[in-house]
Design a protein around this ligand. Structure first.
Ligand code: NAP
Length: 312
């Protein structure tokens, strides 16, 4: 069992809510640090969980500039902040600055969840576990024995590659713009991993899009064929496949539209976000996360995400 899976034990503050007032001076504080951070849905998800659990805990956003991660974590220790989610661009710096890391965080060289245990800061990576939970719960896909393909080789893609390999995928093919990064990501899957090309998409039961392509306002927001051309051929997507886009704004990217039109089952990245937030709540509080309440908060509280809703 990795250190991140050990229940944190009773916090010094932030027990059950005893008055309608919340938060109070007795509340336990957690949050998300990133740059930028004001757009993050994480506090909304954490607070929905604390509300449903009746816990006197509160989550907020901490904008932390590049280069200040070590200071921010020292502040976390001094201010007795119970836990921090870590988002872009700080996951690698957080890995280097915490006291202890779980096995998966060490393997990925990245931390997206810090839990304070007494005076020690434990870094974990829950992106992969959150991805698998969303895949299983959201679209009922079990990777064991199945050929899978991941587009991208950045932090999110690497977490997905490791999660799929550890779940027993028959093959984890990585397709990426920069071949050297694809090699490194595929190596994380051990014997199941290999670098692929845009034609490989037809043979995969699961296709995971893990680049920022298709994000609202970014490259490929409306042009599936053009934006993804070098990486995958949308015309090869077909019935019987599951296609997941880790982007969740918009709720249906051009790639997901193309996949749905060809009969594939689709899911966006909101499920992974919800489940990694649920895992953070569990690491910090030692309580089972109220995932349904968090899903409802995500769907209702994401006004900038047209059509954001639970896949089923
Ligand atoms: P990252 O570490 O910066 O990696 C970015 C990846 O995208 C790299 O493989 C990069 O290729 C590729 N890429 C970037 N621009 C490209 C372009 N114009 N054409 C082709 N490839 C391009 O980012 P990340 O942290 O992995 O995040 C990737 C995406 O996943 C983001 O959209 C992020 O919001 C999303 N994400 C979602 C969740 C969730 O919970 N749903 C969690 C984490 C991340 P090169 O290697 O060639 O540079």
């Amino acid at each position: 069992m990795g250190a991140g899976l050990t229940p944190p034990g009773p916090p010094e503050r932030g027990g059950e809510r005893r008055s309608p007032a919340w938060p109070t001076a007795a509340s336990a504080v957690v949050g998300v640090m990133g740059e930028p951070v004001s757009h993050s849905l994480s506090p909304l998800l954490h607070n929905a969980a604390f509300d449903a659990l009746g816990l006197d805990w509160v989550s907020v956003g901490f904008p932390v500039p590049t280069g200040a991660v070590r200071d921010a974590l020292e502040g976390m220790r001094a201010l007795r902040i119970a836990g921090l989610s870590v988002t872009m661009p700080h996951k690698e710096a957080a890995h280097d600055a915490v006291d202890d890391t779980t096995a998966v965080a060490k393997r990925l060289g990245a931390v997206n969840c810090v839990t304070r245990r007494g005076d020690r800061l434990v870094g974990d990576s829950t992106d992969g576990e959150g991805f698998l939970a969303a895949l299983r719960r959201g679209v009922g896909f079990e990777p064991h024995g199945r050929p899978c393909l991941v587009v991208g080789a950045g932090g999110a893609a690497r977490a997905v590659v490791v999660a799929l390999a550890d779940a027993g995928a028959a093959e984890v093919v990585v397709v990426n713009r920069t071949p050297a990064r694809a090699e490194r990501a595929a190596a994380l899957a051990g014997p199941a991993g290999r670098v692929g090309s845009r034609q490989d998409v037809a043979e995969a039961d699961l296709v995971v899009q893990a680049t920022p392509l298709g994000m609202a306002g970014g490259v490929g927001a409306s042009d599936a064929g053009g934006a993804y051309d070098q990486l995958l051929d949308p015309d090869q997507l077909h019935l019987g496949q599951v296609v997941v886009d880790l982007v969740y704004h918009p709720a249906r990217t051009a790639l997901l539209e193309a996949a749905a039109a060809r009969g594939a089952v689709i899911a966006n990245g909101l499920g992974m976000l919800v489940h990694q937030a649920a895992l953070a709540v569990e690491r910090w509080t030692g309580r089972a996360a109220p995932v349904e309440a968090m899903w409802e908060a995500a769907a209702a509280g994401a006004p900038g995400i047209p059509g954001a809703a639970r896949p089923r």
